[in-house]
Design a protein around this ligand. Structure first.
Ligand code: MLY
Length: 265
């Protein structure tokens, strides 16, 4: 499914413009992924950013890692780029005067944490220093403009990267809208978020890209034609009420199928 989407064709048909690489806090050449499934590292707890925890690589897709905090369950997995600033080799926290913490929702009695920590690291495969890549520099200012195209992580299905458009810009924030979906997945994020990528990043990095939702191409083009037709004939489009009243988040498309076995989502 995802292999069938072509940015080239899409941009030509929609006459739209990709956001330039310089907008993004992303390496122009996606970093190599040297991790292996099962390796352990240190990561900040996404639900409690002040604590550093032990994480295990439980999946990967291109340069993105699917991580699970040791002592947590499998319902709080999260994804990070291999050049994320949230990831460090085992030992980094203590070297910097910190203490490794149990994850939020630690499954066992908190008093067992020290012995759990020792056990979980015993004989574990530790991610070597060579796996860790410095995060790319942060662009000095937000240079995104409304209407520019990008690729973005679907926060409700974080294993997915999808074609998207900048819907709005407000200081350091941009509004990410997903092409062909009805707005239920859209979100605000900082311009230097690591969840947004230049057009072509997926194919460069070996990360699959979802096709736009069902309302991506055909409907999109039809809407544009209707809009310009009604504008030139002085008619107000009455079809907008029928589309906005449909609240279902599911287009009839196979893209909703959990994509790759390795992610297990
Ligand atoms: N199972 C979900 C998947 C939606 C994905 C939307 N993204 C790609 C913007 C659903 O069908 O609702």
């Amino acid at each position: 499914v995802s292999g069938s989407f072509s940015w080239d064709e899409y941009l030509k048909k929609t006459k739209e413009t990709p956001a330039p690489q310089s907008c993004f806090k992303q390496a122009p050449v996606p970093p190599a992924n040297k991790y292996k499934i099962g390796m352990k590292l240190e990561a900040s707890d996404p639900r409690n950013l002040t604590s550093t925890c032990i994480a295990t690589v439980v999946g990967m897709q291109g340069p993105r890692l699917r991580l699970r905090l040791d002592g947590s369950d499998n319902t709080n997995d999260f994804w990070r780029l291999v050049d994320s600033g949230d990831l460090h080799p085992i030992g980094y926290c203590e070297k910097n005067g910190g203490l490794l913490q149990p994850p939020l929702g630690f499954r066992m009695n908190p008093s067992t944490w020290p012995s759990y920590l020792q056990k979980t690291l015993q004989g574990a495969e530790i991610a070597p220093d060579s796996c860790f890549t410095k995060p790319p520099p942060t662009p000095p200012t937000n240079t995104f403009k409304q209407g520019l195209k990008l690729e973005a992580v679907d926060h409700k299905n974080p294993q997915l990267i999808c074609p998207a458009t900048v819907g709005d810009v407000n200081n350091d924030q941009i509004y990410v809208t997903f092409d062909g979906w009805r707005g239920a997945f859209d979100y605000w994020c900082r311009y230097d978020s690591r969840d947004i990528f230049p057009v072509g990043w997926g194919s460069l990095s070996g990360h699959p890209l979802q096709p736009p939702g069902h309302r991506g191409m055909a409907q999109y083009k039809a809407n544009r034609i209707m809009k310009s037709a009604s504008l030139s004939s002085g008619l107000q489009s009455s079809s907008s009420s029928s589309t906005s009243s449909a609240t279902s988040q599911q287009p009839v498309t196979p893209s909703s199928v959990s994509p790759r076995g390795s992610t297990g989502a």
